[in-house]
Design a binder for this molecule. Structure first.
Ligand code: HSE
Length: 440
């Protein structure tokens, strides 16, 4: 049978990985797919650069639309990134009857509903394994491997840049800004790292996992997002002393009232496997009612790890594209007409426990006043750690840090209690609040 023809829009690091792995493992991939898979066209504005990546083995064009217009192309791989051009090209490819593979988490998290509807109407597939956690097959695991389960929650380290920064902060006791500069110098963080460090990239990926886990539409605009820019080295150290690591987690959880969808720094017990995921690695924990807890770990970025995910989608499409569209695996795991309208909860309704650090005057009654406020808000304390004033400010210091771990309460209740504590004259600096997840 004629090999399936693939066109790559925007060949670069990932695209050349796809090209190379397909070439290298051609024989095995063909045996698995039942048919050859060939990249026959690639696009890049700078044609000479693209030519250097693919030699004479694929036709190189500057205009991505030339690939979409070619009737020989069966599958379009979108690796351009961003929202505008990528969205236009994906919709044009769908309209032209092409199946689409994309690594573009931002595009699908924000415009997924429109894109999946267009693909459904046209009877083509949109596959996006590479959009979440790079080489880890988490989309397929959630959508297919765990399909027997009622999924209860998903928690992941799904941004390698921030995990690298947090690992360095912990190892070297350095503050965020110092480590970010070093990460940029080493090429671990991009020149504009905003999406990574502000938690936006993780929220894009979490939005996709949440939709697949719970059968809800993609709703990036409802995600609560907090990055790591405010984290201080001292909080990482105190957390460590209390038996926790601080990780930027994406958490989505099903509750009776709705779905939690949130990205923020979290204290995780040091003994959990996910707490020990270091450097730029990614990991996702999924809790299903039948299977219990499962953990997926691997490289979340890079040329061949991401290519591994793109090619898995190419093989899936090659196997399934002749199947009746109604009997293919649904894009978001649940049948198109059986999506749930379970609401995404506002952050105020989220229930979690907390780490609080208060810089206070070192004088009688301060701790009692603070704990009294928590008690009157019906927030139960789990542990308290008070540093000696000397450790904080040197000999004769009059300030100290009080660290409090609480039991579960709603975010809105905690916000009200924090406002009262912050107003105390003996609380001398903005209170640090980090959410805590036991992930038991
Ligand atoms: N910038 C992402 C990360 C990789 O740092 O994990 C691509 O999503």
């Amino acid at each position: 049978m004629k090999p399936i023809q693939v066109g790559i829009l925007g060949i670069g690091t990932v695209g050349s990985g796809v090209f190379n792995v397909l070439q290298r493992n051609q024989e095995e991939i063909t045996r698995r797919a039942g048919r050859g898979i060939e990249v026959t066209m690639v696009s890049r504005r700078n044609v000479a650069e693209a030519q250097a990546l693919v030699g004479d083995k694929a036709h190189v064009v500057a205009d991505a639309r030339a690939i979409i217009a070619n009737p020989e192309i069966d599958i379009v791989v979108e690796l351009i990134g961003g929202y505008t051009l990528a969205k236009e090209l994906v919709l044009e490819a769908i309209a032209a009857g092409k199946h689409v593979v994309t690594a573009n988490k931002a595009l699908l998290a924000v415009h997924g509903t429109e894109i999946f509807a267009a693909a459904h109407a046209k009877g083509v597939m949109v596959a996006f394994e590479a959009a979440v956690a790079g080489g880890i097959p988490i989309i397929k695991s959630l959508r297919e491997g765990l399909t027997a389960n009622s999924i209860q929650w998903v928690a992941g380290i799904i941004n390698g840049t921030t995990n690298f920064i947090l690992s360095e902060m912990r190892d070297k006791g350095l503050d965020f800004a110092v480590v970010l500069k070093e990460a940029q110098r080493l090429g671990y963080a991009e020149a504009d790292p905003t999406f990574d460090i502000e938690g936006v990239d993780a929220a894009h990926k979490l939005t996709l996992m949440s939709a697949i886990a719970f059968g809800i539409p993609v709703q990036f605009d409802k995600a609560y997002i907090e990055g790591i820019t405010q984290l201080g080295a001292q909080d990482i150290k105190y957390a460590e002393q209390l038996g926790y690591r601080i990780k930027l987690l994406g958490i989505t959880k099903r509750t009776a009232a709705g779905v939690e969808l949130r990205v923020h720094p979290s204290l995780v017990p040091s003994k959990r496997l996910i707490a020990n995921v270091e450097g730029a690695m990614n990991a996702v924990v999924v809790q299903g009612d039948a299977v219990g807890t499962t953990l997926y770990y691997g490289k979340g970025a890079g040329s061949e790890p991401t290519a591994s995910a793109v090619i898995a989608d190419l093989v899936d499409i090659t196997r399934l594209h002749t199947a009746d569209p109604a009997h293919r695996v649904p894009y978001l795991a649940f049948q198109h007409h059986s999506m749930s309208d379970l609401p995404v909860l506002p952050m105020g309704d989220v229930v979690t426990s907390y780490y609080l650090r208060l810089r206070v005057a070192d004088q009688a009654g301060v701790l009692a006043t603070v704990t009294g406020l928590l008690a009157s808000a019906d927030i139960s304390i789990d542990a308290v750690l008070q540093r000696e004033a000397d450790e904080i400010g040197g000999e004769g210091a009059t300030q100290t840090d009080v660290i409090i771990l609480t039991h579960d309460c709603t975010e809105s209740r905690m916000n009200a209690a924090l406002a009262q504590m912050q107003a105390l004259p003996t609380v001398l600096a903005p209170i640090t609040r980090i959410r805590k997840e036991e992930l038991a």
